[in-house]
Write a protein that binds this ligand. Structure first.
Ligand code: BEZ
Length: 258
């Protein structure tokens, strides 16, 4: 997220910062493209495509892929990679049975307004038998970081429920939602993925926890909030050599539209 003094304005992602501090997000999910198994000529939607690293990997297998992301900065970065991408909200997909598959990495947990509406939009976009292959944060994902962000915001008079941008459901809950949305589950997994961070956790916070940080004015207030969150996390997430490890939990599935 880019810095702004106006805490009420939604901020766009900073694609350069993301490339520096969050490259592991697509890199550690490359095997999800194997789950998708894109075939030449297939029409595939990459929902929440970010800066297009995996969109490009799907296109490289010969599929015709369209990336959709709510962030204009990410869409520009994806287009700079040579992939087709447009700005759009996962809650408002307007496609009718025109895709063979919908793919999504590390994006569904940001679509919190109505996860069932997202599933319904994906189902509408797929042809019958089309597949939905996705990975995102499952129950307990980054739990200490999440708790520290919420608690330190509350300690500063903010309502964490108003700021919290993430939905990390259990495997069971999300599979039920998929089935109610007209899908059959082909395979599913929920697994812990402790992830060494490329730098300090404050870079992670600045890059990926924007909606919490934006509640604090740029400058002293925001720096103090990040420092307090970081201090709480040192005992649990930073080892003796200074390596930070984030306790990611991934929920991964392949489902087919009935
Ligand atoms: C995730 O991929 O699990 C994630 C990314 C950014 C913020 C929170 C979670």
């Amino acid at each position: 997220m880019s810095a702004s003094d106006d805490v009420s304005a939604p901020e766009d992602w900073d694609a350069g910062q993301y490339a520096r501090h969050a490259r592991f997000v697509p890199e550690l999910a490359r095997s999800l493209v194997d789950w998708l198994a894109p075939e030449a000529g297939e029409r595939i939607l990459d929902l929440g495509c970010g800066d297009g690293v995996l969109t490009q990997a799907i296109a490289a297998r010969g599929a015709r892929v369209l990336g959709v992301d709510r962030s204009p900065a990410f869409v520009t970065a994806a287009r700079d990679r040579g992939v087709e991408a447009i700005v759009g909200d996962g809650h408002e997909l307007q496609y009718e049975q025109c895709f063979d598959a919908v793919f999504s990495n590390a994006a569904l947990h940001w679509m919190i307004t109505d996860p069932q509406a997202v599933i319904r939009g994906v189902a509408r976009a797929l042809r019958t038998g089309g597949r939905f292959v996705a990975e995102f944060g499952g129950e307990g994902n980054i739990a200490p970081i999440h708790a520290a962000l919420r608690d330190e915001a509350a300690a500063r008079g903010r309502d964490p429920d108003q700021l919290d941008p993430w939905y990390f459901p259990s495997l069971e809950t999300y599979m039920d939602q998929l089935e109610s949305g007209g899908f059959s589950i082909v395979r599913k997994e929920c697994f812990e993925r402790p992830t060494p961070l490329p730098g300090d956790v404050s870079n992670w916070l600045q890059t990926l926890a924007g909606p919490f940080l934006q509640a604090f004015e740029v400058g002293t207030a925001r720096e103090a909030y990040v420092a307090a969150v970081r201090a709480r996390l040192i005992p649990e997430l930073c080892d003796n050599s200074g390596q930070w490890i984030a306790p990611y939990v991934r929920l991964r599935f392949e489902a087919r539209k009935n």
